[in-house]
Write a protein that binds this ligand. Structure first.
Ligand code: CTP
Length: 267
């Protein structure tokens, strides 16, 4: 878009002016419209979970994690740009939700499961959320106070439902392609491959979230795409590029459902 021609701030005259916002907006709209019309995911419904979950302790405190929601938001955007109808179930993330997708905000893992169940059926489901593994069972109705004894409060926990495993195991309405993420800090590939089997999903996008990588909360990701066909290491890339490559793989797999077990392709 642009530049427009005319008087510029530096005193010169000619091409170099910022295009009018209205013209920029129209160009963006046209590009997205074209993508929606022609995209390979046109007519497909893709579900994406994203962000952290918050598990309350009392009315003012909660347990959370460092997930920014960036990778999930970028994925939803990339799928939308390929023409998919995207349901974006997101925990309280730092990253704003993308436009042009159906956003379902949730707080806890149990809310997320209910929102996912309500959003099915879907052609593909991608679980990028960093779901808390446990919730507190003795949530206090009022703010917990120090009682002067020096003893910390005892929190009791119960395991949260595994949303990915639940959807991957559905007999009815199981999406043709179920993709999980695996956030690991050591033995990334081995742990992720075990997760693929344990959770019954088709692909696992594994990443190393050790603090030294700066991946959790950072702008880049280095992933290994694991399926029954093997493991494929992708180079370290901006999270939106990882999202675009993954969205292209999803589109390719849905085009040829028989190949859903194998990432394949050349994205
Ligand atoms: N996941 C989920 N529901 C949960 C826990 C995880 O849907 N209650 C999904 C995540 O969205 C991700 C995948 O499962 O796609 C793996 O998440 P991860 O946190 O790496 O694994 P966990 O199952 O929590 O296993 P662990 O903590 O033992 O590594």
């Amino acid at each position: 878009v642009g530049p427009d021609s005319g008087d510029m701030a530096c005193g010169e005259h000619g091409p170099g002016r910022l295009a009018e916002p209205r013209a920029i907006l129209a160009a963006i709209g046209a590009a997205i419209g074209a993508a929606l019309a022609d995209g390979p995911l046109k007519g497909r419904h893709v579900l994406v979970t994203s962000g952290p979950t918050h598990e309350p302790i009392d009315p003012v405190r909660y347990i959370a994690n460092r997930s920014s929601g960036q990778q999930g938001a970028a994925l939803a955007e990339a799928l939308r740009d390929l023409g998919a109808r995207v349901t974006f179930v997101t925990g309280p993330a730092r990253e704003p939700s993308p436009g042009g997708v159906d956003v379902v905000p949730v707080v806890t893992a149990r809310d997320m499961l209910a929102a996912v169940q309500a959003a099915l059926p879907a052609d593909a489901a991608i679980f990028a959320a960093a779901v808390a593994d446990w919730h507190v069972t003795n949530v206090s109705g009022s703010k917990m106070k120090k009682d002067g004894s020096g003893r910390p409060p005892a929190l009791e926990f119960a395991e949260n439902p595994d949303i990915l495993a639940h959807v991957a195991g559905l007999k009815k309405d199981r999406p043709a392609l179920v993709v999980g993420f695996a956030a690991e800090t050591d033995d990334v590939e081995a742990h992720a491959a075990a997760k693929l089997v344990r959770k019954g999903c088709d692909w696992i996008v594994a990443n190393d979230v050790s603090p030294a990588t700066g991946i959790m909360g950072g702008g880049e990701n280095a992933v290994t795409l694991i399926s029954a066909a093997g493991a494929e290491n992708w180079p370290r890339l901006p999270k939106d590029e990882v999202a675009r490559r993954l969205a292209a793989r999803v589109a390719a797999a849905l085009r040829k459902p028989a190949d859903a077990g194998a990432p394949g392709g050349d994205a």
